[in-house]
Design a protein around this ligand. Sequence first.
Ligand code: PLP
Length: 427
Amino acid sequence: MDYFRYVKGRLYCEDVPVEEIARAHGTPTYVYSRRTVVDHFHRITEAFSQVETLVCYSVKANSSLAILDAMRREGAGFDVVSAGELFRALKAGADPGRCVFAGVGKTDEEIDFALARGIFLFNVESWGELEAIDRLARARGTIARIALRLNPDVDPDTHTFITTGKKENKFGVDLKVAAGILERWSELSAVRLVGIHLHIGSQILKVEPYVEALTKVGPFLAACRARGHEIAWIDMGGGFGIFYKDKQARPAGEFAAAVAPLVKQYGCRLILEPGRFIVGNAGILLTRVTYLKESGNKVFVICDAGMNDLIRPTLYSAYHRIWPAVTDAAVEGEPPDENAWKGPSVIADVVGPICESGDFFAKDRALPPARRGDLLAVFSAGAYGFSMASNYNSHPRPAEVLVSGGDVHLATERETLEDLVRKERIG
Ligand SMILES: *Cc1c(COP(=O)(O)O)cnc(C)c1O
C-alpha cells in the first residue's frame, strides 16, 4: 500500500493523517499519494532501461489533471482512447508527439482532432479505421503514423471483462485479417506503418502471456518489413497487475526481463501503456459510515460512497481491502489482512446508498466493529475509481485530493447539487 500506512492506529497518506483530509474536504473523497505515483512510474522506466522505451501512461485509469500533470513532469507520454482523453492530456501540458491513440471506435471528429494536434501514433484496430485516418490525413496534407493493433489470441488469465487479446474480443485484428490489411496497404497514401500494437488485458499477474503474444506476432513483423514497412516500434500496451489482496503481482523487473530481450531481438523500440500499475495503489477512497443495520442475519455497514463512486467490486468482482482510517487498535504499517486480524471483528457487507443490490464494496467481510460516523478507507482505489464514477442516483461525484509529503492539494472539487443539472433545460 506504499505511502498509505498506519501509525499508532491512524492512517496516513504520506505525512498527512487522512482524517484531517476528511475533515477539511468531506467524504466521499479520493486521496492520492503523489510519491506513490512517481515511484511506480520510475519502477517501470528503470526496469525497462535496457531497451529504448516510451512509457505512455494510460489516461483512462485515472484521468485527473493533477495526476496527468505529475506524470508529465516525470517524462511520461500518454495513451489515450478518446478525443476527451487527449484533450485532458494536452490540458495537463502533454506533448502530443508523445501521445498514442487506441480504441476500436474512433470517430472522424476524434481522428481529425488528434491529427490537428500532431499525435505521435494511432493504434489502429480495423481496415475501416485505417481508411478513415488515411482520408483525413490526406485532407490535412499530412502523413499519420500507424501501429496496427493485433489480436494475438492469448489468454492473459484475468477477469473476462478485462481480457482484450483473445480472438472473441472486439480489440485489434487477428493475424489473418492483419495479413489482408498488409495486402491492401498500397491503396492508402497518407498513412505510414511504423509499429505493432498489443494490449492483451489488464490486471495480468504472469509474464508468459506477454511473451506468447510477442512471439506470435514475429512472422507478421517480418512480413511487414519484407514489404518495405520500417517497423520501429512495438507497443506492448499495459496490463501489469498490482496487489489488491494477495501478494501475487509481479515486479516490473520480471516483465522487463521477459519482454525487453524479445523487443530488442526484433530490432524495435518499445512503447508501454501502464495505467493500473502506476496509480492503482496510489489512491484510497475515504468514506464515512452513515448507518449500521442488521437484517436477514446479516450486518450491513452503510457508507456515504457507493458503486457510483467505485464500481469495481460489482463490475469486476474486484476485491478492495477496507479498514477504518482511525482505530483504537495499535495497527502499524499496512492495513491488516482481515484473515490474520486477531482483534474484535464483525462479519459485514460494506454497502453504499445506491438503489441497486450490486451497490457493495465488500460482502461478508471481517472488520473491526464500526460505529456511525467512522471513517473507512477503501484501499487500492487509484485506478478505475474516479475515472469510472457517475452521478447515478443523482449523487454529486466525489472530491479528489493529491497529497505530496505534508501538502494537501484539492485536485478536483466535489460536485454540487447545481452541477448535477447545469447542462439541463426544461421545455
Ligand atoms: C486500458 C488500457 C491500458 C491500460 O491498462 P492497465 O491494465 O491499466 O495497465 C493500456 N492500453 C490500452 C490500449 C488500454 O485500453
